[in-house]
Design a protein around this ligand. Structure first.
Ligand code: 0A1
Ligand code: ZN
Length: 849
């Protein structure tokens, strides 16, 4: 906690650290409130650094002793570190500190979760473990001795020695402190092994609390698939004798790629058919892959400073997306990723929290683990690959790994390997890293004498700190269809570089229908006045699955818009087009399930706002309800056969095939429930033998308010399973009618099992409330007040999770003056809280603007 004025750190101020660290030796004497950490580090002057004071980061540490070359010294200790006079040449630094992991509720540094010791050091948590140059460009070889009376004692790298009450680990790969990890506790192991492409046998372990060992098999298979995939697709081999994964219950994020010792939020690794949904399985698979892929993109090549975060995160997300496409359905995964980008990143990029993929300043780096850095960062890499082609991409990546292995690199280094392999000048492309905001591309067309011309005009609106924007390189994938629905010009990538630019297609027999931004080749907002006939045509004929889905989405938006603003009825032409898609048994059930979705309430609020109409959350909700009811009635005859297609008789498998079918089944159940008042849902709930079916049925019962018995039965069945109970807490707030949201969330915060210090449980209730659009934005402001009350409470204990959840308010300027006033009161109440954390203070200040 800081009372002093916030310090802003700038990318332009980067200077290297004055010393290099040849080796780091750490000894931990574990005790819940008095852990002693002894460090021995050899420092050598860094010839490339300017002269500077010797400063080591350190926070919330009690210094016991410090010595240089064996002689005790008395450094000047401040709130954020220590300064000390040091010799001109190399020297040995020795230091002992005391810390209290049991009192560490921020879950950063060394802390305790369900009786076990664990660490989280990214981004700047190592400084809460000992005094150290805690910055990613300071890399060193670590040897760690852990002493404690616990059965399992783990750290990074390879095991060197194990004895009674101690273990020693050595990691031969130089790494920054943020990749350090230690775990100690009473854990059980799910072991396996993997033989690498060069025939080296690697031990694999997933460590969990006793009782959870039955939930590791899926994660282990996902790990092995990831290891093989990275060898086959990127030529990357694993580089230690052992790869450990540990599941912990209290964790701020999803998981962490510590070298050789990945630590996971238990919700992101533990899975079983009875307790996890198909979506959980897919997410776990991709997170395991993500963390594993970091071993090369993040660990072997790390970031020079935290401004370069997208260097490892954008690339690793891109790689995990590729992996999921390869092992599941590529079109379905792409549509999922596009939907999530639009749902999470676009609001960020178009609101007060907008920042470049590579930010230029921050106060608290933890606030920049964002959808922009991760997901837009991945889109930028996808565009680069589209522009240079697959072969050049592969060559550039090989050069990247060869040239920068062992480096703390920058975005400049990354782009240079592409420039060197392709001869392209990427100066303009680099704007994707430096300019915030979603580019808007408007399209006009012209048709004369067999020549069809598309003209694109791009603009990006001002974002905080960036009033002016320059044109970006936009790879726009376009295909043309003739009026019969045949593809007359297959997908071609048009490279837009100017503010306004035209592209001609000659010798066409008839005026074509364009399919633009195929595969969502660029993360832009497309502005095009197309008729609903044309959209219906693309919905029926487009060969690009993303644009087929998009066509339906746009029709859905217009339909809801007219229903909300003009009291119009549902668009029957759209629904008939959709029905034809749903009836097409040649189409993947997962794709059809996606086509049954439509713009979320949150997305509709944005659409209304963009079109100059102040969104009324109740009206949006009401229109969605009317539309759902209408669909259910209109498709009543179709639903039974779709339900049959969505039924799986074989034993449960969480693969793409079965989960696609179940997704269709669950989309159908949502409509059936409108017709039978919940009968089918109740039957499914009672007979379900897996969590996917059980939870989708429970969701429908909650939706129609027939949930009392089912919720009680579910609680009785699962009260001992923390992760399943998170679903129980979340669903009854997330799926209920708007009026119930705040009363239910309030009641649940008083439930005996509402362990609010656990981030998963806190998010289950308050995150679900903030995501229930009409419930959160109720007119009297009770949703805003409840969230703020809890954020104020959590901030003292866990600033990181508090700050992340502030983004629930990021879209506040969309709403009417009354709601804005109510939100402002809450934001100011949060801002004025005594001892507000630096994390939350920065978020609130940015949102208030
Ligand atoms: N690097 C991890 C995510 C992560 C980031 C920060 C954390 O604590 C502040 C924890 C995890 C990843 O990308 O998976
Ligand atoms: Zn990551």
């Amino acid at each position: 906690m800081k009372d002093a004025a916030p310090v802003t750190i700038h990318l332009k101020d980067y200077t290297p650290f004055g010393w290099q660290l040849s080796d780091v030796h750490l000894t931990f004497h574990l005790a819940p409130r008095s852990t002693r950490v002894v460090s021995k580090i050899h420092f050598t002057p860094n010839p490339e650094a300017p002269a500077q004071d010797f400063f080591l980061h350190g926070e919330q540490l009690t210094l016991i002793r410090a010595a240089i070359d064996g002689v005790d010294v008395t450094p000047e200790v401040t709130e954020d570190g220590l300064r000390c006079a040091v010799p001109d040449g190399p020297f040995l630094w020795e230091c002992e500190v005391e810390i209290a992991p049991a009192d560490n509720t921020a879950l950063e540094g060394l802390y305790m979760s369900s009786g076990m010791y664990c660490t989280q050091c990214e981004a700047e948590g190592f400084r809460k473990i000992t005094y150290f140059p805690d910055r990613p460009d300071v890399m060193s070889v670590f040897t760690v001795r852990v002493e404690g009376d616990l059965p399992v004692l783990l750290s990074n790298g390879n095991s060197v020695q194990r004895g009674d009450g101690f273990a020693e680990w050595h990691d031969p790969w130089p790494k920054p402190a943020y990749l350090f990890a230690l775990v100690a506790g009473d854990l059980v192991n799910h072991p396996d092994s993997f033989t690498t492409m060069n025939g080296r046998k690697v031990k694999l372990n997933i460590w969990v609390r006793p009782g959870d060992e039955g939930k590791c098999a899926f994660g282990m298979e996902a790990l092995k698939k990831s290891m093989r995939w990275d060898e086959e697709v990127y030529g990357r081999e694993y580089d230690l004798e052992v790869f450990n994964i540990v599941a912990v219950d209290d964790f701020n994020m999803g998981a962490m790629e510590n070298k050789g010792l990945n630590i996971f939020n238990s919700s992101c690794v533990l899975a079983s058919p009875e307790t996890s949904t198909d979506d959980n399985f897919e997410r776990i698979e991709s997170i395991i892959a993500h963390e594993y892929f970091h071993n090369w993109t993040g660990n072997r090549i790390t970031c020079r400073d935290w401004f370069q975060l997208c260097l490892k995160e954008g690339l690793t997300v891109f790689r995990d997306q590729q992996f999921t496409k390869d092992i599941r359905s590529a079109p379905v995964k792409r549509i999922d990723d596009v939907a999530s980008l639009r749902g999470r990143q676009f609001p960020e990029d178009q609101g007060p929290l907008a920042h470049p993929v590579r930010p230029e300043s921050f106060q608290e780096i933890n606030n920049f683990y964002t959808a922009t850095v991760y997901d837009k960062g991945a889109e930028v890499i996808g565009m680069l690959k589209t522009l240079v082609g697959d072969e050049a991409y592969a060559k550039a990546l090989t050069l990247y790994f060869d040239r920068h292995d062992g480096d703390a690199a920058t975005i400049e280094d990354w782009l240079k390997v592409f420039e060197d392999t392709t001869g392209r000048d990427l100066a303009q492309f680099k704007r994707w890293y430096s300019q915030a905001g979603t580019p808007r591309v408007s399209v006009t067309e012209d048709w004369a004498d067999g020549t069809y011309t598309l003209t694109f005009a791009q603009t990006t609106r001002p974002t905080p700190g960036q009033p002016e924007k320059a044109p970006q390189v936009i790879p726009m994938a376009v295909g043309l269809l003739n009026p019969n629905g045949d593809e007359v010009v297959p997908t071609r990538v048009l490279e837009i570089t100017e503010e306004t630019q035209s592209f001609r297609f000659d010798e066409l027999a008839a005026r074509p229908i364009p399919s633009i931004n195929r595969g969502f080749s660029a993360p832009v907002v497309l502005d095009r006045d197309s008729s609903s006939e044309e959209r219906a045509f693309l919905l029926a004929h487009d060969t690009d699955p993303v644009n087929r889905w998009e066509a339906s989405l746009l029709l859905g938006r217009d339909c809801l818009f007219a229903m909300i603003t003009e009291n119009a009825g549902p668009d029957v032409a759209w629904l008939d087009g959709l029905e034809r898609v749903l009836r097409d048994r040649d189409l993947d059930p997962a794709f059809r399930a996606m086509m049954m979705g439509w713009p979320s309430q949150n997305e509709m609020a944005q659409v209304l706002f963009e079109r100059g109409v102040t969104p009324d959350p109740d009206a949006i909700f009401a229109a969605q309800e009317t539309l759902t009811q209408f669909k259910a009635e209109r498709w009543a005859d179709l639903l039974p056969s779709l339900a049959a297609e969505g039924t799986v008789d074989a034993a449960y498998r969480p693969d793409a095939d079965q989960s696609g079918k179940r997704a269709l089944g669950s989309a159908v159940l949502a409509l059936t429930t409108r017709l039978d008042g919940g009968k089918a849902a109740q039957a499914q709930f009672e007979s379900a033998d897996n969590m996917t079916l059980q939870l989708s049925a429970l969701g429908q019962l909650v939706r129609v308010g027939k949930d009392q018995d089912a919720l009680a039965a579910f609680e009785a069945q699962w009260c001992k399973d923390r992760l399943v109970m998170d679903k129980w807490f979340g669903l009854q707030v997330g799926a209920t009618a708007p009026d119930n949201v705040v009363p239910r969330a309030t009641a649940l915060t008083q439930h005996a099992d509402f362990d609010w210090k656990n981030p998963n449980r806190f998010r289950a209730v308050l995150g679900a409330m903030a995501m229930n659009h009409a419930g959160f934005h109720r007119k009297d402001g009770a949703g805003y007040a409840l969230l703020t009350e809890w954020l104020i409470k959590l901030d003292d204990l866990n600033p990181q999770t508090t700050a992340r959840m502030c983004s629930a308010f990021q879209t506040w300027k969309r709403y009417d003056a009354d709601r804005q006033a109510l939100i402002r009161v809450q934001l100011e109440r949060l801002r004025d809280k005594p001892k507000l954390s630096r994390d939350t203070a920065e978020m609130v200040a940015r949102i208030l603007g």
